[in-house]
Design a protein around this ligand. Structure first.
Ligand code: PEP
Ligand code: MG
Length: 579
């Protein structure tokens, strides 16, 4: 069977399926260590208490809305919750078999279902349905607190899930997860960005893949074309094995460009830098020839933990990157929590539709103490390397002013404490909202540099959630509105005597390299693995050719015509240099 989705992270992966469908996360059997048994039992007990609370609330509402007699239904459910058959037996299985609570509970419910269904008694069969319902409700609470930890996957698998979140990505070990496929997700959702940086081939937006795949199925992930095969014919497997071999050969060839200066045929320097999410990626970035870190996404330090990271921990992580890259620059973005990178342990109220809510600089300004800790850590690290600081999600000068005001307070504190930092640390703004573009002249005057976050800029310009597959057809960097915005930003930067770079995914895609150069951009920050290919374009083009291309594109307005122009120019370079 062949399924078409959205190509997310390029490359081929072949392997057996590991299914993480929403319903089955919990019920997958996982052996736990002796010292985890107590914790697992307490997780189960907590889920029972939460379910009981739900039933009590539902009972009260039912009595209020419909009268007292409806309370008995929930009383019966609450009795089942505490029935030894369910409660004690589940704890018994966790203790004796040393397995996760979800699996133990599912085993108990399955056993009860099997036993009671054999009885020729209508009443008893109804009770079985009640038990299943109660079991599912407890399971939902277990799900919230006990999603399969991807770190625990021990064999090399292709991960299939309804959805994956940035907090899952933090747990992914590249050695064990060779590829992934999800029902939902858009091209620039953060999980996809992370897959690309880990070089894990991925296809998203497959709609029903998690329901079509069974654990252990043989899967092929074609992350370049956005295709997934379930149990393909042997000749398809052979074809993809060959494709994979060629991919690896090309990769080796491209990586040889690592030390080649990133300069056009006419001698213009185009800076190629890497986007990283964690300190460990800094050395990988150098291996791919990164000339700096154009975007260090610091929010991953905050995910999957029960308390806020300390200033010291943050300082150590940022310092590590600064020292690894020294004297090359590292742009540290202040935390961009919110949206799909929410950390529910931080006590920050979770809102609906958080892409439009409290995220990025808004969270920092709303929680100045959180912001100050981070600024102290970044500033301290600036004494150890070439660090610049960048604010995400700026919508206007007021936010820049407020953020700068807090920054000055932190600097003053450090001075008073005799703590070293770079007094001339450069401070830039991300341009990723249409509001910022409309007032870019003033924002540029207040900044040392600008960095265009096309992922969000496209999302907010077209009002399309970047995570949603249903509207992904509207998500198009090759739209004239985006191209004009980039031109406008670059012109404002030039007028203010500063530089503007691009750090959104558009910079990783060779389709746009010549266009961006033609629009005036001289600094591109991307997924590290994309650097060699982008460099291949840079060293085989001229600024004049890029300007001509940009000029032609600016006179077009049909997205397909724009893509065709860009493709023609790019493919010519690849066909000339690949032979
Ligand atoms: C962007 O929006 O383009 C960007 C680089 O930031 P992020 O993807 O982390 O939101
Ligand atoms: Mg962004």
């Amino acid at each position: 069977m062949k399924f078409k989705g959205i190509p997310a992270s390029p490359g081929t992966a072949i392997g057996r399926a590991y299914l993480m469908s929403e319903e089955s996360y919990c019920a997958i059997k996982r052996n736990i260590a002796e010292n985890r048994v107590k914790k697992e039992i307490s997780r189960f007990k907590k889920a029972i208490v939460s379910t009981e609370k739900d039933f009590k609330n539902a009972r009260n509402k039912a009595v209020e809305d419909m009268g007292k007699k409806y309370a008995s239904l929930f009383d019966a459910y609450m009795l089942i919750l505490k029935d030894p058959l369910l409660y004690k037996d589940t704890i018994g299985i966790i203790t004796e078999e040393k397995v996760n609570a979800g699996y133990a509970l599912q085993s108990v419910v399955d056993h009860i279902t099997k036993t009671f269904s054999m009885l020729d008694d209508e009443y008893m069969r109804d009770r079985v349905r009640d038990i299943q319902d109660v079991g599912n409700r407890v399971m939902r609470h277990l799900l919230g607190t006990g999603r399969v930890n991807l770190k625990e996957i021990q064999t090399r698998v292709v991960l299939v899930a309804h959805a994956l979140h940035p907090s899952d990505a933090v747990e992914i070990k590249k050695e064990n997860i060779v590829g992934f496929a999800t029902d939902v997700g858009g091209r620039t959702s953060h999980i996809v960005i992370m897959a690309e940086s880990l070089q894990i081939p991925a296809v998203v937006g497959l709609k029903r893949i998690s329901r079509e795949v069974s654990p252990g199925d043989l899967l092929i992930i074609d992350g370049t074309e956005g295709v997934v095969y379930i149990n393909p014919e042997p000749e398809v497997v052979r074809e993809y094995r060959e494709k994979k071999r060629i991919e690896e050969k090309t990769k080796k060839k491209l990586i040889k460009l690592k030390d080649r200066p990133s300069v056009t045929l006419c001698g213009e320097k185009i800076e190629v830098e890497a986007n990283i999410e964690s300190a460990v990626e800094a050395s990988t970035a150098l291996e791919y020839g990164a000339e700096g870190i154009g975007l260090f996404r610091t929010e991953y330090i905050y995910l999957n933990r029960s308390e806020l990271p300390s200033e010291e921990e943050m300082y150590e992580r940022i310092k590590k990157v600064a020292v690894t890259l020294k004297p090359k620059p590292v742009i540290v973005r202040t935390v961009d929590l919110g949206a799909d990178k929410l950390s529910d342990q931080l006590g920050i109220k979770v809102e609906k539709n958080t892409f439009m809510g409290l995220r990025g600089i808004r969270i920092c300004l709303a929680y100045p103490s959180l912001f100050k800790i981070q600024l102290r850590a970044i500033l301290r690290a600036s004494a150890e390397g070439n660090i610049m600081l960048m604010y995400p999600m700026i919508t206007g000068v007021k936010e820049v002013n407020s953020a700068n005001h807090i920054l000055e307070e932190v600097k003053e504190d450090l001075r008073n404490g005799g703590i070293e930092f770079d007094e001339n640390v450069k401070v830039g703004c991300m341009v990723e909202t249409p509001a910022a573009v409309m007032d870019i002249t003033h924002i540029a005057q207040m900044s040392d540099f600008l960095s265009i976050g096309t992922n969000d800029l496209i999302q907010y310009t077209f009002a399309v959630d970047r995570v949603l597959e249903s509207v992904s057809y509207l998500y198009n960097p090759a739209d004239i509105s985006i191209i004009k915005m980039i031109k406008q930003i670059d012109e404002a930067a030039y007028a203010a005597g500063i530089w503007a770079g691009v750090c959104g995914e558009m910079a990783s895609d060779t389709l746009y390299t010549e266009l961006l150069i033609g629009l005036g951009i001289r600094k591109l920050s991307m997924t590290a693995s994309a650097i060699p290919k982008v460099k291949q374009i840079i060293i085989n083009t001229t600024v004049q050719k890029c300007r001509d291309l940009a000029q032609r594109v600016l006179s077009l307005y049909q997205p397909q015509e724009i893509v065709d122009q860009l493709k023609e120019s790019r493919d010519l370079i690849f066909s000339d240099t690949d032979n």
